[in-house]
Every structure is written in C-alpha cells, then in structure tokens.
Write a protein that binds this ligand. Structure first.
Ligand code: ADP
Ligand code: ZN
Length: 601
C-alpha cells in the first residue's frame, strides 16, 4: 500500500471491510491523525488495533508499533499483509538477511507499519535508523508493561520515555486493556503522556457471561460444562500449578477432547507448538497457567474456565477477557471452594514479598473472595472494582440469571464464631462443623470440647450448609484462616456480629440445583439445508489458511462466513457488502468463495 492517502473512513471500508467505527475509534483516530498523543484504555476485543493501524495508513510515513509480544508479531503482520498493508516486524527471531531487507524497506519508506520489540527499538542502532525515516506515529501496545506493580512489568518499557525527547513532533499513542487507576497514572508518568488525550472506554464485556460454581469434582464439572455449552469449541482452562495443568490436559484428552498443556516448565518449542495448534486448529482446549495468554488475539475463544481461584480481580478480568473477542457470546466459568482461598492465602504468607506488598495481595484476595460469594450481579461488582458504575443488574451472569436465595444467617454466624472462639481458634473447618453438629471424636472428648456450650448447638443444619456458612464468613472477612495449620480465627468486624448489632445475609447453598442451560443469546443455529455450504466455506477457509500457514481467522472470521451464508452473493462485487471483506481479500479469495457458494445453490 503506502501510496494512496486515504481518509480514515476510506481506509476502514476498503482495507478492513467494515462500514462503521466502533465506540470512540473515530475520535481517537482523528486525534492521532491530527498529530495528538493519546492514551487508549479499552477492553480486550474493543478494537484497539484499528486506533493506530488506520492513522498509520492515513498519515504519511511508517508507523512504529512497540509490542512485547514477539511470539505474536508474525501472525499480526501476516494478518495485515492479508489486507494489503505493507507490514513487517523486527525482533530477535528474524535471521540476518530478513532483518537487513526490512531495514532497507524501512529507510526507503516502503512500509506502512513495523512492529518492533522494545529491547530492539531501544538499541542505539535502531534508534539511529529510525531517525532517518519518515515516522507516522509511535504506538505503544500493552502499555501497562511500564507498571512495576502489574504482572507484566517490562523494564525496557520505562525507557520508552525517550521517544518523547528524540521524536518531539511525532504522535505517540499508548494502548492497554488494563483498567485500574494506579496503572493508568503510571503509564502517563512513565511514558511522558501528560499532553495526551485520554480515551477511556467502558470495560464492560457484555457478551461474556460470568459464572461461579461451587468446587466439587472439578474435572467432571469441567467436562459437563464443556459438553453442555461449548462442545467442539475453543477454550482456555486456567490452573494454578504446572502439575494441575498437566493432569487436567491429560484427563480431558483421555475423555476425548483435544486438550493441550501450556506452562513455563515446558520447552519453548513445545509451548510454541501447542500455542500454534490452539491458534490454527479449530476447537482446541488449552490448559494453562497464567503464563499463557497475554496478547493472544484469537477472536473465537468461546470459554475461559478457572478451575482454581485467580490471584486478583485484575487477573480474573484479564484472563476472562480472552474469551469472545469477536463479540459473540462466550462464557467465563469458575470453580470456587474454601480450599482455594486457604491455598491462595498460604501462597501469599509464605512468599518472600515485603510486608507492604503482602498487605496489597491480601486485599486483592479478599476482593476476589467477596466476588465469588456475591449474591448480587457479578458484572456490577467487577466493574465497580475498576471504578465504573453499572446501572442495573446485567441479566447475563449467574446471579442475575438465577438469583441465589439469601437468608438471615446472623444466628448461625454467631454460633460458628462462638464455636471457633471457644475451641481456642486453632481448628479447621471440618473440626468446627463437627463440633457444631455434635459429632465429637476422641480428640474433642480428650480436650473437653464436647461439654462446651457450643457443642452440638447446630444440629438443625447439614454439614454442607455449615461449610458454606464458614466459607462465606471467611470470604466476607469475619474469619481468618491461620497459615501454618489452617486453623480458623476471629477477624475484624465479628464483635458486632457476636453482640447481635449486625444482621448478616448469606446466600443459601444451591447444591441441589441442577446446572441449567445458559440463557445466553447464541448465534442462530445453522439450518439443516445450509449445513453443506457452511462446511464447504469452512473447509475452503482452512485450506487457504494451511496454504499460507496462518490461522483460519486471519482469512475470514466466523461472522464473515456466516454473513456469506446468509447473503449467498452471486459474484465478487456483491462480496463488498459482507462485513470483514476489504478490497484485497475480495480480490484474493472472493472468486473461490463465490465458486463454493455457486456449487451449493
Ligand atoms: P483489541 O486489540 O482491543 O483486543 P482488536 O483490535 O483485535 O481488539 O479488535 C477486536 C475485533 O474487532 C477484531 O476482530 C477487529 O477486526 C474487530 N473490529 C475492530 N473495529 C471494528 C469495527 N469498527 N467494525 C467491525 N469490527 C471491528
Ligand atoms: Zn449480572
């Protein structure tokens, strides 16, 4: 490309094949095209890339995109080349000849967009090279990597402030899907974006349905969930440990799913292989630790499952956010039990972090636990955590779809707290529950606990109900779990409860309720008579993708194939009306798809 000077709207239509900008895209693009700096906070799937890709085409010169995600650059560049954009990347994976060729193209102004790893950009040689080029803009993707409190801290990102000094008149745009305020401030400060326009998009992901289920037989629950709602679809299963990743992947594979493992203990080759199968094949489930996923821009991940508790609301938001980037319905499904809370707390306490950091971590864990135990809308709570008000219950989370019953649990809570206190704040949940239900063992008798005033006062509730109450007391911060031995102890706020000065509403245990089919809006099912054509379109897409060694969605998204199925265009010109088909793709693939359609009508 590089030759024509488009308007933003023209570029949107003829290069990307879309008719309208989304949300604030048009404002952001206008601002950058006019030479302004910008800070763009948008959730995953919100459409951040267009915010710098279109200015890259509209402004003269080459756009430099700084990204830490070396593993994804090849696919990102391939996707742009499919659209006819002159794109390339510079990172440590290139061999010398390719690198020289790209540097030559760069200086001769033959490129629209170049992706560069930060460490490469900061080399004096690269900076010197860029000084000789005509630069359209700098885009700093994954800008939260400047924050040392975030989980993706990259020291090189701090040095990107020098772009502001060395390239004073070139617009810089920082983009991230990480929402919280401290990170936002840090980006502005560290990247010298004081003059930048701020574009804060809502962080709501309306197409993601949030659900939390009680931890039981985790693997079977997971398989049931997938069978019921996401059979044959791509998903990510997050586990806390490498061992659990391996076990889960193996179990799912034995049960007949295509499931692969991904964690930092695997060889780089194995990781790359599994990631690439996830991206390139359809319906692959990846079982992973948090090491997986940053920047994975596979649009059709239909579910993200957490079989262990995420570390924080930020992590949960980011991990679940990898589902449904294409805007179609997707599910964020999590299992939660008290064991998770205990394990997480132990990890914090036994870690080497300074006390100040531990305090932050404890606060994050508490917020996460409270989320799990919510009796009200999960989406509202999640957005509230990021400082955003959600006006009403969302209708697309488990507590909205199937409101939990709550009851006045003050009396029971007081019984449990008294039992914990009288038995000396040394015993775990099992012991306390037995004590309340009068099931005293030898040990309890030896200690004389069977004669305490709290012994056997809770026989009207089942053990399972008591466990639910204890779990909620922990989640709500009335009870603490002591680290070394897991003993329960009284915590802040429980005096008022014990004195009867506070009423406590807890959610009723929903153990007997059968999981129901979700009420989410599915894409309309494919009519039986359309099946052969649908399969033919998918097969054609897969064949084209294989030929070029790119993931199928780089050729066309599902939504584009669906639109073809519905419209049944008769010739290549009619394809222009289908969303997601720009001029280049129409030319490259249009006839093949038209032929496939003709064969089936
Ligand atoms: P992000 O980087 O914010 O996670 P992307 O830039 O990858 O999101 O965009 C997510 C998806 O939305 C992509 O498939 C992209 O093609 C699509 N998209 C972006 N902007 C538009 C638009 N204006 N109209 C239609 N689809 C769009
Ligand atoms: Zn809701």
């Amino acid at each position: 490309m590089t030759a024509p000077q488009w308007t933003a709207q023209q570029a949107l239509e003829s290069v990307f094949g879309y008719s309208q900008f989304r949300g604030q895209q048009a404002d952001i693009i206008d601002h950058i095209v006019a030479g302004g700096d910008a800070l763009v906070l948008m959730p995953t799937g919100g459409g951040k890339s267009l915010c710098y890709q279109i200015p890259a085409l509209v402004r003269p010169g080459v756009a430099i995109v700084v990204s830490p995600l070396i593993a994804l650059m090849a696919d990102q560049v391939a996707a742009l080349q499919q659209l006819g954009v002159a794109a390339a990347y510079l990172n440590s994976t290139l061999d010398f000849d390719d690198q020289v060729a790209i540097e030559r193209d760069l200086v001769s102004n033959a490129l629209d967009i170049v992706y560069i790893a930060p460490e490469r950009l900061l080399q004096p040689r690269t900076l010197e090279l860029i000084q000789r080029c005509d630069i359209a803009l700098f885009a700093i993707d994954e800008a939260h990597c400047v924050s040392q409190w975030g989980h993706d801290f990259r020291p090189e990102y701090r040095q990107l402030a020098l772009l502001a000094q060395q390239f004073q008149d070139i617009p810089r745009v920082a983009l991230t899907a990480t929402a919280d305020l401290p990170t936002r401030d840090e980006i502005v400060e560290r990247l010298a974006l004081e003059q930048a326009g701020h574009y804060l998009h809502s962080f709501d992901r309306p197409n993601i349905q949030y659900r939390v289920a009680e931890h039981g037989n985790a693997k079977q629950q997971l398989a049931d969930f997938i069978d019921r709602e996401h059979a044959g679809q791509a998903g990510i299963v997050y586990c806390l440990s490498r061992r659990k990743v391996e076990e889960t992947a193996e179990w799912l594979s034995n049960a007949g799913y295509t499931a692969l493992a991904y964690h930092a203990g695997l060889s780089p080759a194995m990781r790359a292989h599994n990631q690439s199968r996830f991206l390139r094949e359809e319906g692959v489930i990846i079982c992973a630790t948090v090491a997986f996923g940053m920047g994975i821009d596979k649009p059709d991940v239909r579910f993200v499952a957490h079989v262990d508790l995420p570390a924080s609301m930020e992590a949960y938001y980011q991990e679940t956010g990898r589902a449904g980037r294409d805007g179609a319905p997707a599910t964020a499904w999590m299992l939660y039990g008290l064991g998770d809370a205990v394990q997480r707390r132990r990890m914090i306490e036994q870690g080497n972090a300074p006390e100040e950091r531990k305090r932050v971590e404890r606060g994050k864990l508490d917020a996460m636990l409270a989320y799990c135990e919510l009796a009200t809308c999960r989406r509202a709570n999640l957005l509230d955590y990021f400082g955003e008000q959600y006006p009403e219950p969302c209708g697309n989370c488990d507590t909205c779809l199937n409101p939990p019953e709550t009851y006045d649990a003050t009396r029971y809570a007081r019984m449990a707290l008294s039992a914990i206190y009288r038995t000396g704040q040394r015993f775990g949940t099992g012991y306390i529950v037995d004590h309340l239900r009068g099931a005293h063992g030898d040990r309890a008798r030896d200690l004389g606990h069977d004669t305490l005033s709290t012994a056997g006062i809770g026989t009207d509730l089942a053990a399972k109900q008591w466990r639910s109450i204890v779990r909620q007391l922990v989640a709500l911060g009335y009870v603490r779990v002591e680290q070394a031995y897991g003993g329960l102890q009284l915590a802040k706020g429980c005096r008022e409860l014990l004195r009867g000065e506070r009423v406590l509403e807890l959610r009723a245990d929903r153990r007997s309720q059968k999981a129901r089919r979700s009420a989410k809006k599915e894409l309309p099912p494919i009519e039986i008579e359309d099946e052969p054509l649908w399969e033919a379109l998918r097969a054609l897409r897969l064949e084209l993708a294989r030929e070029q060694d790119v993931p199928p969605y780089v050729i066309f998204h599902d939504a584009t194939l669906r639109a073809m199925l519905a419209a049944r265009p008769n010739d290549v010109d009619e394809l222009a009306a289908i969303p997601g088909i720009g001029a280049k793709k129409r030319q490259a693939y249009g006839q093949a798809f038209i032929d496939a359609i003709a064969q089936h009508s």
